[in-house]
Structure formats: C-alpha cells, structure tokens
Design a protein around this ligand. Structure first.
Ligand code: PLP
Length: 325
C-alpha cells in the first residue's frame, strides 16, 4: 500500500530547549525538552503528528466524517476535533463518563470545534465505536474510525518522523535517554521504529500512565505495534523486546488521578522554567523523571531529553486538584 501523505496540520519541527534552572534545582543530569506542546494546532500536543497521517488516510479513502474516542478530558479528542474543523469533516467523539455540569478544559474546546459528543459511561476507549459506525453508515455517511489515541501503524508514522526530526536537531549531541508519557502505544512504538531506522542506541524510556486492564500487556501491545509499523514502512530494522523500556512504577491511584508527585512536577516546571505540564500525562511522566533523578538512576553522566507531549488545556479542568499551598 502506498503511504499516505502527511497533512500539514502541525508546526514542525517543534523546538528543543534546555531546562537549566530545573536541571540545577534537581542536581542530576542536564535536562532538555522537546516541545510537542507547541505543535500549533488547537493548543498543541503529540496527537497532531499522528492525525497528520490518519486524516490524510481518511481523505485519500474518501471518508466524509470522523469518529474517535477518549476520556472526557482527552487531548487526542480535542486535537482531532480541531483538525476536523480545519478539514471540514464532521467529528464524532465517544467520551468516557457522563455529561458534566461544568464544561471546561479540553471538553470546552471540543464543543468550540463543533464536534458531536456521545457520552459512553465506563467506555472511554472506543468500545461503542462499532455501533456508532453502523448508525452513521445507515444515514448514508462514510465514517472513518481514528483508533483510541490515534495509535495504529498509520498513526505511529507520525512518531517515526518525530525521531528523524529530533535526529536533525540533535545530531551533534544526542541525549542518552528520552523520557516521555506512554499510554496508547503509538508514540512509544513510532519512536522505537524511528530510532531503529537511524541505528541510534539512546534509551527510549516510557513512563506508563494508564493501568491497562485485560487485553494484552501494554509492553506487548507496544512491541506488536512496532512490528506492524515496520511492516507498513517495509523497513527491515529489527526491534527486540529488550529495546522496550516501560516503567510501571508511577501509575499512582490510576488514570487521571492527580497525586502529590504530579502536583510537585507541574509546580517545579512552572516555577523553574515557565513551562506548563498537564495533570494526566506529562505531569506524571515528569514526576517519574524526577524520581529517577532522586534515586540516582539518572545522574550527571547522562543527558536526558524530556519529550513534552502536550495536554496543558486539561489544567483548567483539574483546577480544584492543583491548588498549591
Ligand atoms: C495521548 C497523550 C500521551 C500519550 O501518547 P500515546 O501515543 O497515547 O502513548 C502523552 N501525553 C499527552 C499529553 C497525551 O495527550
């Protein structure tokens, strides 16, 4: 199958910056940051990279509306809704939970972009997609299903590119570790494939954000997606299971539950660097990075790049849990 083109949805390349004040405060490795919170579209985030391929595929195949799914404060859904608005495609969002009294954060933006929201109770990962797909088809529409988190081989291509983008920016001095929030496999798998293509050996260290009940173990899902993505690209690079570094130590009280570690990470980045993290993903991933530094597992022999994957619009919906004393 010929690869779909990438739509110009995002402002790429995103900047790589140093975090001098945070590095000094933590006393560990030199810290750098890749600013995918600045991908441009609708307050940015990592899903823009995946959607650039997924929505290109949808248009190439003649679809006329989009379905995707996520939590009520899904960044993926917000970015999908915005991209659909730009492309003139009706967008249907299957959101977990019940209609809330206050519409804020990402959900507010979903509405501004004109998306149709379907509330799905416990089902925040698109379990109801088949029924909606059938319903829209019966109305004569031709819907395209963007998978949960945009994590399919086509979506993962966005992060294969992202690693090539990083390579061009940092070819002189690659980091020893890249730390990021890992949740639906696409970011992690795409990065692994891109790194394998380039033959680099820096460690891609995913901080698991979401307990993954039932189905396949999360690391197995990431691994399978690397294989499918390599197949789609017809690359011959081999990725071993041992290349896959996923830390399950920072799941806290579960998906989207803000604890002291997330609060501290958000506060440190804001106060030392003027950078906003988000309560669900990057706050937790940075909390993991801070803990690894405090344990000495990441230290002054290392050079660590934190991949900021976006999400700050959710801060406003979590205001009551982020009050700092
Ligand atoms: C979706 C998301 C992630 C995780 O990316 P996956 O490809 O789903 O693992 C990380 N950070 C933010 C802010 C996100 O919205």
């Amino acid at each position: 199958m010929p690869l779909s083109q990438r739509l110009p949805l995002g402002q790429l390349p995103t900047p790589v910056m140093t975090l001098p004040r945070l590095s000094q405060a933590l006393g560990g490795p030199q810290l750098l940051i890749k600013r995918d919170d600045l991908t441009g579209l609708a307050l940015g985030g990592n899903k823009v990279r995946k959607l650039a391929y997924l929505l290109s595929d949808a248009l190439a195949k003649g679809h006329d509306c989009i379905i995707t799914a996520g939590a009520a404060q899904s960044n993926h859904c917000r970015q999908t809704a915005a991209a659909c608005a730009q492309l003139g495609l009706p967008c249907h969002l299957l959101l977990g939970g019940e209609p809330p009294k206050d519409i804020s954060g990402n959900l507010l933006l979903d509405h501004l972009f004109g998306a149709t929201v379907h509330w799905c109770g416990e089902q925040r990962k698109g379990e109801d997609a088949a029924a909606l797909l059938a319903q829209l088809k019966s109305q004569g529409l031709n819907p395209y299903l963007v998978p949960y988190g945009g994590s399919s081989p086509i979506g993962a291509l966005g992060f294969v590119d992202a690693i090539h983008e990083l390579d061009k920016q940092m070819a002189e001095a690659l980091p020893s570790h890249v730390v990021f929030a890992s949740s639906s496999a696409g970011t992690h798998a795409g990065m692994l494939v891109g790194r394998a293509q380039l033959g680099h050996d820096y460690q891609l260290l995913g901080i698991n954000i979401d307990k993954q009940p039932g189905e396949l173990p999360f690391d197995e899902r990431i691994y399978q997606l690397t294989q499918q993505t390599s197949e789609l690209l017809a690359t011959t690079t081999t990725i071993k299971r041992a290349d896959l570094h996923l830390l399950d130590d920072y799941l806290g009280e579960g998906y989207g539950v803000v604890g002291d570690a997330e609060r501290e990470a958000i506060s440190l980045c804001a106060r030392y660097e003027g950078i906003l993290l988000d309560p669900v993903y990057t706050g937790r991933a940075m909390a993991g990075l801070i803990d690894l530094i405090r344990q000495g597992r990441l230290n002054q022999q290392h050079r660590v790049l934190f991949w900021h994957t976006g999400g700050a619009p959710a801060l406003f919906a979590y205001a009551d849990q982020l009050q700092l004393t």
